[in-house]
Ligand binder design. Structure first.
Ligand code: HEM
Length: 391
């Protein structure tokens, strides 16, 4: 090694060493700026310096939360299909974490459930005992526990990212909006359950509230997938901008939204039981519908009409999804395959749900793949935005 290189290297080493000693000696002065990084909401909006932003870690965190949301959608479907949703008649965010632990606590919980119209008119006459009550209680309790887990799985890392100012510029408000959605979802869930407990003769929750609860979960999932895609791009290229929403993607999202809404109403009205044959409905191509309540009421309440619309609008949704998948087939082959697989499975499971007389596991799988269809579609929409901007 030439002598002047060695000298320069030694000088650099000495400078770094001296700086480190200074840092150690005046530890407080060096450490203070880090400690002073307070956990405050304003940290979410203060741009993180390039060196501190952690887009890849943030993307992975959001993907984990997205997986938890898919799981809770499945568990929510099982809760609904096993008629478990009204088994917990109160909303206690903290004290509700533990299930009843003693025999008398179980009896007290069962006594509260026995006051509901669902018990008086349906499960009671069907002979529900404490063991059967414990089964339905489990699903509702598990669903609510998962809701809390999602809240914490979002909030705790959010605090960590904010404290270390590791949130990339421009993402703070999005993360806050998603956290607000998670909190709102808990409140909406209770608003839904409250329509079937207390002083009411309803044996089921309102199908409007049920659809709002399901669609909000799917909207949150969409936000998580979209934002994690943006963050992954940012990790690969620090100059990357968030993907725009194209007109085509907005149109596809609108068509899919109608299908998801109709599906949620079919579920909420138990309209899957309106007909068990396919493609005919009770032997007819177009079912007999009683329009005497008016067009709007019939369109939003009649189980035959809503099942009919859901089973055939599916093919409009399929056409829209094929179009979107084709648009991104070069830019994102994975999304192309995922969208095709998702809607194909969805249609087959939908038909199987009808023909099996709404069998629990087939219907639950339909709900699970519904969430995966949303995730695949959002990924394709995101790639469509990037591809159009690059074109
Ligand atoms: C792109 C295609 C489809 C999408 C995105 C879709 C979406 C949905 C969604 C979100 C629900 C509510 C939750 C649940 O899954 O139970 C639902 C329910 C339902 N769907 Fe579909 N669906 C599709 C196709 C179909 C088809 C083709 C049929 C029948 C021929 C069908 C029959 C049903 C039935 C019977 C329910 C109620 C099931 C229950 O009570 O749990 N779906 N659908």
């Amino acid at each position: 090694m030439p002598i002047h290189h060695a000298k320069a290297g030694l000088a650099r080493f000495a400078r770094v060493f001296a700086a480190n000693r200074l840092a150690l000696a005046g530890g407080r002065a060096q450490i203070a700026p880090v400690m002073a990084t307070s956990v405050s909401v304003s940290n979410l909006f203060r741009p993180a310096p390039q060196t501190r932003a952690r887009p890849l870690a943030a993307a992975r965190w959001l993907e984990i939360v997205a997986a938890l949301v898919v799981l809770i959608v499945l568990v929510g479907g099982i809760t609904r299909l096993t008629e478990s949703g009204l088994s917990i008649t109160e909303w206690n965010v903290v004290s509700g974490i533990l299930p009843p632990l003693t025999e008398s606590a179980w009896q007290a919980e069962f006594a509260k459930y026995r006051l509901t119209a669902e018990y008086r008119m349906e499960s009671g006459p069907a002979g529900m005992d404490l063991a059967a009550f414990k089964f339905i209680f489990f699903w509702e309790w598990f669903h609510r526990i998962l809701g809390r887990v999602i809240g914490l799985a979002f909030l705790l890392p959010l605090i960590g990212f904010a404290a270390w100012r590791a949130i990339p510029p421009g993402y703070g408000w999005r993360l806050m909006a998603m956290f607000a959605l998670i909190c709102g979802q808990g409140a909406l869930g209770w608003y839904m359950v409250s329509s079937g407990v207390g002083n009411t003769d309803l044996t089921d929750v309102s199908h409007f509230r049920l659809s709002a609860h399901l669609l909000t979960a799917l909207f949150l999932l969409a936000g998580l997938v979209w934002t994690s895609r943006d963050l992954r791009r940012l990790a690969a290229d620090p100059a990357a901008r968030p993907a725009p929403l194209t007109g085509a993607s907005a149109l596809v999202a609108g068509v899919l939204f109608v299908q998801l809404l109709l599906g949620a109403w079919v579920a909420g009205l138990n309209a899957g039981h309106a007909a068990y044959d396919w493609p005919l409905m009770n032997g007819r191509l177009v079912p007999q519908v009683d329009w005497s309540g008016g067009v709007l009421w019939t369109l939003t309440h009649d189980p035959f009409l809503i099942q009919f619309l859901h089973r055939w609008w599916a093919f409009v949704a399929v056409a829209a999804l094929v179009w979107l998948a084709r648009r991104v087939r070069r830019a994102d082959r994975f999304a192309n395959i995922a969208v095709h697989t998702a809607f194909g499975t969805m249609v087959l499971l939908g038909i199987a749900t009808v023909m099996s007389g709404v069998s629990l596991w087939i219907a639950a799988a339909h709900q699970l793949v519904g969430a995966l269809t949303v995730a695949a579609t959002v990924r394709a929409m995101h790639s469509d935005g990037l591809a159009r901007r690059a074109a």
